[in-house]
Design a protein around this ligand. Structure first.
Ligand code: BG6
Length: 479
């Protein structure tokens, strides 16, 4: 296809992302410091691809200096990761810091800054301490909300003067959706009410941490800001018929607006309260909590965007004996002829970037946002190595180019997007899929002592950062 030249806007950030649990490994972790993910891995290792999990991950804990040199070589100006809550403390009730881990975090932050890379730090990327999950039912408990705030305070005390970009959560809807709504992850308990309570409590926790940050740290660190990383899916109805549009609206309400509205606008959609009542799955809340949510909105949002969501009106009857699930209102729809990433099973539809950019502009006050994740996981990537051993991941370059192209179009039309972070900087461990699908700019060679090697996309990314230009397909939207 004919190509078109694209230019990045001034100051537009090009970065890369990962998380603590997916990279660090368990070096120096104390036995009692399991996170929810660690417990899942320990309790049901059979479902983790080839038995790999968080145990060693990429060994970032021991190799961060080497990795930061790769970031420098690529020219990254921003790197996003998380702090592992379960490892940051040795006493979760009283927020007693694990000095060894805190020291490591400090060293990582300093090493990044020394090399001209801004750290973007998330406080929870599914790393809720396992003991809080077992003892209190995890995010179902308001006590856990308060413990999270205590943990956040310890983190801010130590690093607020060094880190400008903060996030409360990564994808706060994910764990409970997999565990309590769909029951496809350990401990596999279907419980819609718990799903709702986790959704609410995380929104409350977000607001309380935003409040803490604004009250105690923002005035001393004027350039700092705090946001949340959400994963709204751009929902497309099968057709323009009212029943399909209604199905898409319901999906959007339960999975997207559930977090977008309270965290950005400070208020839940009224329809959601009605529906929770109708289906007897209301979360427990009080007016004071709603007020905290109302008064403590995020400064900006990170958005993880990978694939579209397509739905249609139900064509089969809902079994009234099953517990309520939002699927009561829709069915999944597979677009015939859609382009797929077959390894991950996700549709590839780069226009989601544009459609979301316009939505956030029009419906969410054009709040500042960045793409905090987008990327392509590919299985058996070593088959694409050239004679020098460099993975020729042209498919990834095309994936990034096409998504960036559509994002830039949204920015041209006024959307307030300030950057794009690729998932991921290196290959890393996925929940359950472990190292099956590789996402990185930098390869982790499991057969060779986790040796690192830049892929073709890393050289391409380096050139993108240097020249601030790239080429994309000149499809019919670009005349
Ligand atoms: C995002 C998560 O949803 O997608 C990451 O924030 C995750 O933690 C990434 O790794 C890719 O998904 P997966 O399941 O293929 O790892």
């Amino acid at each position: 296809m004919e190509k078109i030249g694209m230019q990045l806007p001034d100051h537009f950030i090009i970065g890369a992302a990962s998380s603590a649990w997916q990279t660090e490994g368990w070096s120096s972790k104390k036995d009692f410091q399991d996170s929810y993910l660690d417990l899942w891995y320990k309790n049901h290792r059979e479902v983790w691809h080839n038995g790999y999990g968080p145990t060693i991950a990429t060994d970032f804990y021991n190799r961060y200096k080497e990795d930061i040199q790769f970031m420098k070589e690529i020219g990254l100006t921003h790197y996003r990761t998380s702090i592992n809550w379960s490892r940051f403390l040795i006493d979760y009730e009283h927020a007693v810091v694990d000095e060894e881990y805190a020291n490591y975090i400090e060293n990582v932050i300093d090493e990044l800054l020394k090399n001209g890379i801004e750290p973007m730090i998330c406080l929870e990327h599914y790393e809720i301490p396992g003991v809080l999950f077992e003892k209190y039912g995890g995010w179902g408990s308001k006590h856990v909300v308060d413990l999270f705030v205590k943990y956040a305070e310890k983190v801010f005390e130590r690093y607020a003067h060094k880190v400008k970009w903060w996030f409360t959560f990564n994808e706060p809807i994910v764990i409970q959706t997999r565990v309590y709504l769909d029951a496809v992850r350990w401990p596999y308990e279907q419980n819609t009410k718990k799903w709702m309570q986790w959704n609410f409590n995380k929104t409350l926790a977000n607001a309380k941490v935003v409040q803490l940050f604004h009250q105690s740290y923002a005035s001393q660190h004027k350039e700092s800001k705090i946001g949340v990383i959400l994963n709204p899916e751009v929902v497309y109805p099968r057709s323009s018929a009212p029943h399909d549009i209604e199905a898409a609206k319901m999906y959007d309400l339960f999975f997207n607006r559930m977090f977008l509205d309270p965290m950005i606008k400070g208020e839940y959609p009224n329809e959601l309260f009605d529906l929770m009542q109708k289906h007897d799955c209301s979360f427990e809340y009080n007016d004071e909590e709603l007020q905290i949510i109302k008064e403590n909105k995020v400064d900006f949002v990170g958005i993880n965007l990978y694939m579209p969501k397509r739905v249609k009106a139900r064509t089969t009857a809902w079994n009234p004996n099953t517990p309520f699930h939002p699927e009561f209102y829709y069915e999944h729809f597979e677009l015939p002829g859609r382009k797929m990433n077959p390894y991950r099973g996700w549709e590839i539809y780069p226009k989601i970037m544009y459609d979301f950019a316009i939505r956030i502009k029009e419906e969410y006050g054009n709040i500042e946002w960045i793409v905090t994740e987008n990327g392509m996981g590919v299985e058996n990537e070593h088959r694409f190595k050239d004679k020098n051993g460099v993975i020729q991941d042209d498919y990834r370059i095309e994936f990034i180019s096409e998504h960036l192209k559509w994002l830039l179009r949204g920015i041209e039309e006024g959307s307030n997007c300030k950057g794009y972070m690729l998932w991921a900087f290196t290959d890393n461990v996925s929940p359950m899929n472990a190292f099956k699908n590789r996402y990185g700019l930098v390869e982790i060679d499991l057969d060779d002592d986790r040796n690192r090697r830049m892929k073709k996309s890393a050289y391409w990314y380096k050139n993108l950062i240097q020249t601030r230009q790239f080429e994309a397909n000149n499809d019919h939207f670009y005349k």
